[in-house]
Every structure is written in structure tokens, then in C-alpha cells.
Write a protein that binds this ligand. Sequence first.
Ligand code: ADP
Ligand code: MG
Length: 694
Amino acid sequence: MQRGELNCPLQYVKGVGPGLAKPLEKLGLHTLGDVLWHIPRRWEDRRTFVSIRNIRAAEPVTLRGRIRAVSSTRPKGKLTITKAILDDGVSSLSLVFFNQPYVEKALVAASSQNEDVIVYGVVKTDNLFALEMNSPEWEVAGQDSLSMNRIVPIYPLTEGVRQRTLRRLVMQALEVGSDEVAQVIPDEIRHRYRLLPAAEAFRSLHFPEDWEHRDHARRTLAFQEFLIIQTLAHFRRQRHTTGRQGIRMPVDLKRLTDELHEIVPFELTGAQRRAIQEIAADIGSGHAMNRLVQGDVGSGKTIVAVAAILMAVQNGCQAALMAPTEVLAQQHAFALQQLLEPIGIPIALATGSMTARARQAARNDLASGQARVGVGTHALIQEDTQFAKLGMVIIDEQHRFGVLQRQALGLKGDSPHILVMTATPIPRTVTLTMYGDLDSTIIDELPPGRRPVITHWRTNELRDRVYDGMRQMLDQGRQAYVVCSLIEESEALQAKSAMEMYAHMQNVVFPEYRVGLMHGQLKPDEKKAVMAQFKAHELDILVSTTVIEVGVDVPNASVMLIEDADRFGLAQLHQLRGRVGRGKHASYCILMATPKSAEGRARMEIMTHTSDGFKIADEDLRLRGPGEFFGTRQSGAMELKVGDLAADVELIEQCKEAAAAIAEQDPDLHLPQHQALRHLVQTGPQNIELAKVG
Ligand code: ADP
Ligand code: MG
């Protein structure tokens, strides 16, 4: 909640004006209040500087000195190299800039005016007689007290905005904010968890007196962010469990189990049985179910979905099953047809790429109620498909969906039960925040007889050996996947690389075997045909892009070879690996990779050492950070400025407690000390059906 001057558009703030307001807008800064939330990306300790002479190791340092001898060269093509000497009065080193032609002018100016500059970067220490720093950040030292003799914030910038400008603006905002900034964390909670008052937290975050103050401030503001999310989740959850009426669906578990027994050829695992019981209890209660089922790849979630579908159908309702990709939707439709049509339950597949006619037919069947189960992709939501009586919605592989779609879906039919299934184990912090409103079941048991996938990390030199191993497996009648290296630039390039790999595999490496090709640019019919061939063992090797990442199930496939595995995220590798080890045969996952970074090597090591999806998810979040982890798919779903999903487990749990305590004391958030919180819960970036709070 912003009042008064903090609400002032930046254009009208003293010293800004339209010229500066524009680039500030690019940084997402519209009002003075926004500036408070422009979090430094790091801080520099400019109370003391490192002496160039004392530099020993290649770690980031802040230096202060004068610039000499600026020069630029153009060794080849478009490359421009600018060099300068930084002299701190005792010793000196070279600064090297690549392709920053404008830097030269600025350096020359600093040098001719004999101004001190501050330089930040990593010194290359491989040649102790010629220290060098590549592409350092730097600024003219200047005299202003905000940039010198203290711990100085370094902000994310954009063209036309300088560090010093932002520091000045932030200070202005802090001065205004000291009276105005909203106290979102109620005092009682603030004392209990030893947090700072809001204004003080902002001040110490931007201009900390020392590192402890900075950390305390960070903790306070992260707490505030998580508290908003947890409060929101608390109310949504409460409404779901006590408020949202659902269709009461009594379930005869005995009968259901018998029926499942008829149609699937195996005994359910204990975990599957438990999940089914929980679902039955939910939907029998009269409240709408909102349940998240997490189970590692291969844990047998499909059967749980089948059980939920049966429950709905036996209660005279329809069910919808949504998958993130066409391939997966088709595969689900196929599997459900095999299982359910023999017992008189018709399935309709509706995807975005079907012919208009086929899609219309499917939609008619769903609208008339003739089809009892609808399977599809997003198209199922987007195209406003009507159901005669939709009672159960199952979303498979939730990590591909944003929260918003989940919400959109819930609006169809009258309060259908919602079951979200995910194979990507979700780090605990994320479950606590993004899925705080869902009940959760974890399927922590694999079907019996499953042997863990043996994972090897190999570099290119051993490629021949890897192919030999593959050939042995193929000779024994097994099948193999080969996943091409990840090319993020475009799907077309990705397809091209897959085609090349395919040609190489078929013509050069494995001419005696039948090789197939799968990539995102194939037409849906072609994809379907290739998958069917592979499943029927009319192909021995499937060269593919990551389109096979989720859900694909071919038990006879026992080798997964992943090219340039270090380019993939851990969760993605885990998903890919989960495509094998689904049958009774020993299975192998080969990671071909020559990682350049320590992080890349760490990821390969983790993959070879653990097959625990939850551990992998936590590591993934830790190594890559939430931005990368969620990628663009989840953008907007989780916008944390200070809070850190990878590190703040404890804080998130405290916030969950705090949110519950607040709700208990003041269920409608009507008390004056809760007004700021209430306001943010209603308008924050995570505002999802909030109107009913209070
Ligand atoms: P996921 O959880 O990855 O969706 P699936 O539902 O695709 O897993 O199941 C993986 C494989 O395990 C399938 O081939 C399925 O038929 C088999 N399966 C599932 N449950 C059992 C069980 N209880 N016993 C034996 N095999 C099972
Ligand atoms: Mg699945």
C-alpha cells in the first residue's frame, strides 16, 4: 500500500523529469515507491579497497585508482578491444574491454580529468607479471557520499540510467518512505520473528551499515513477500476445504479396486492405493477437491488418474484429462481407450492441431455427454469446450502449466474436483508457496521389480564405447532413445540438429538398425505415427529432441543417450532419464558431456549419484536459481524480489505459521494492523480470485 509521495509518478519527482522517467520505466520503476523495491544486485564494500599489489587469487575485488594509457585495437572483423591501465599509486594492472567502443571515450575522459575510478571484477592471476581484469564494471569515484566510504549498492541498470542516479533516487524514496512505507508485517509477528520495521529494512537493504544489517533487512523483506503469498494461500485453501462446494461423489472402494483389477494387469502399489483412498475421501466429502499428486517418473500416476476418472464416471459425471503436449495427450488418450472403452467408457481426444472437423466431433461428444472422458492439451481450456457434466479435472505434468491456467480450468463446469499430477518433484519451498492452496499426496514408491537406471557420464572420447554398449542392448532386443543436444535459439534449429543426428545414426553408426526421428516441427499425425512405431518396436532407435521429455512410456526402451547433457537442467535430465527403466530390463542413461564449468560438472555428478527426484529438484533450484528453474513457462507466477525459493525454506515455514496465526486471530483481515497485508493480498502480483478474502 503506497500513500502520498511514494505514489508519485517518477516523472514528477524532483530531479527526474520525462527524459529519465522513460528509461526508469524500462526497469519497471514507475513511482517513487517502486524504487524501494529495486533491489541491489550486489553491494560493494567501499570502506576500504584492495591494493593491487595484494591480489593473489582470482576472485572478485573492488579497486580504486587512476586510469592511464587508454587504447583500442581492432584485431579482426568486428572485434574491438579497449585496454587501459589502472594505477592505484602503488601498483597497476590492465583493464580489458571487448566490443564496448563507447568505453574508450569515457575512460579517456576519466584519465584526462585525473579522476579516481572504482573498478570491480575478477583479476586474471595466471600471469603474475601482468595482472589483467576482463570486462570490469567501473564508475568514476566522484565525491558523493552515496557512492563512497560505505557499503554501496549496485543496481540493475538500463541504458540511460547510471548507478549514481539510482542511488540518489533510492535515497529520496527512503527519506519519503521513512514516514510513508506500509507496515505489512504486523508488529506482533515482527517481534516474534525478530524482524525490522519496514522503513528500516528498506534503508538497511539499500545502504547497509554493515553486512549483518543487510542480512537482517533481506530477511525482513523476504518474510514480507512470503507472508503475502502464504496469507493468500491460506485463504484460498480455507475456501477450498470449507467453502467451495463440490459435487459429492460417494466411492465404493472395494468395487473400484475390483474394477481396476479387471482392467490393469498388476497389483497396485501401497502408495497408489493410498493416493486413491485420499482422492475418494476428498470427493466423497461434498467439498471440491484440490489435490496435488507428486510422484517421480515411473511411479504409476496414470493409474491413479484412471481411478479418479472411474470415480467420476460412476457418479454420473464426466472427467477431463489435460496434458502439456500433443504427444502426451495422444498417448494418454490411447492408453485410456485401451483401458476404459472395453468397459463401456468412451473417450474423446481434443487437441489444438486436429482437423476442425474431428475436433468439432469430439467437442460435440463432450457437450452431449456421449463421451465420458475428454483428453486434450491447452486447447481444451482455450477453445471453450463445453461438457455436459464435468465433475473431475485432472492436470498431468503440472510444471508445464501456470497457476493461472489451473484457475481458468476450475471455472468450467460447476466446481469440478481438481487433481494435479506432477512428475517433476517440486522443491519443498515451491510446494509451500505456489501450491500452498493444494492438499498434497506424494507417491513415494515405485512399482515392484523396477531396477534403478544406471547412469554414466561420458565424454566425447569414449563415444565409440558408448555406441558399442548401445549395440549390445539393441542386439538383445532392447530399444534406445537418443536425445539431441539442446538448442534454445529456435525450434527450427533444434529440428535441424535432430535431422542431422538422425541421418548420422541411420547411415553411419547403426545402419543395421531401424532409426526413427521425432521433433517438434513434425505434424501431429507424423509424431503420433513415429511414437506408435517405436512403441510397436518397428523402430529400434528413436532420435529425438526433448519432445519426449514427459510421459512417454515404452517399457522395452532401456537406453537413454543424451547429447551435450550439460546443457540441460537437472529436472529435465531426470525427466528424460525417466523414459527408461520402465520395464523389467536393466536400463542405462548415458550423459554425453564435456562441461566447461564447475557447475556443469556438478550437475553431471549429481545425476550419476542420485535418482531421487526430490533431491534433484532441490539441487536444481539451488544451482540454477528460481528464474532459470521456472523458465519462461512460469513467468509471472512467482515474482519474488528478495525472497529466495532455493534458500529460504525455514523462512517460508515461519511465514506459513505466521499466516495461520494471523488468520486465526482475524479471519477477515479487518483489524487495523492487518490492513496493509490485506491490501497487498488483494492486489499483489499473485492476485488470484481474491475478492472473497473478507
Ligand atoms: P508416471 O508416474 O511416470 O506417469 P506411469 O503411470 O506412466 O508413470 O507408469 C509407468 C509404468 O509403470 C507403466 O508402464 C505402468 O503400466 C507401470 N505400472 C504402474 N503401476 C504399476 C504397478 N502397481 N505395478 C506394476 N507396474 C505398474
Ligand atoms: Mg505420466
